[in-house]
Design a protein around this ligand. Sequence first.
Ligand code: DC
Length: 230
Amino acid sequence: MANAAKGLIVAIDGPSGAGKSTVTKLLADRLGYIYVDTGAMFRAVALAAKRAGISIDDEAALIRFCQGIDIAFARNNGCCRVVVNGEDVSEAIRTPEISLLTSKISARKPVRDFLLLRQREMGRKGGVVLEGRDIGTVVFPDADVKFFLSASAEERGRRRFQELKAKGEDVSLERTIAEVAERDEQDLRREHAPLRRADDAVDIDSTGLSVEEVLNRMERIIRDRLKAKG
Ligand code: DC
């Protein structure tokens, strides 16, 4: 799809905790591509809506609200800060409460429509790696390379638990695994853009693989695609 000289559009989809963020960031660095964390965009909307007291059931209010929200990514200390209307919300969007609210708000059509436009705008020039749930199916169905990154629910719950613990959150392992499963359910069952593997995606199961191994597999496939495009 994208011009090879400018770089490819790479889509990485999969359920929460499969390692998408870690891998996507590092992959973008290796390739010298832009990194777009679409989950962070949904999280930013959820946080901002909560602060503004917008009900996720009020479609008209959500539409109006989205029109006034500015989401940007900024590089600081190596990577990827999420900035909403000028405020750095990178940490505030990662709490368990915002994770659950995001899962709900991301099922709302006005929110998906709004972010779809922003995501296409960010990726259309190529030289970009986007991670999310519907990048290869909805946002960029013609992406040059698509990956579907998964791992077992227990493994994903364990990884999330360790992440949250490291940040000093007071969480239990059982609860974290249950929340991962709950979010999977919501993401799979929703009407608009549910989590679905694109038919032409390359499957990578990261259970038992190191980050390096996942990265190497992806990079090899992308470099082959770049060569094929001449
Ligand atoms: O990848 P993440 O955990 O930061 O995603 C947060 C939530 O946003 C998750 O419940 C799924 C949803 N999401 C989505 O619906 N579509 C995307 N492209 C990315 C994330």
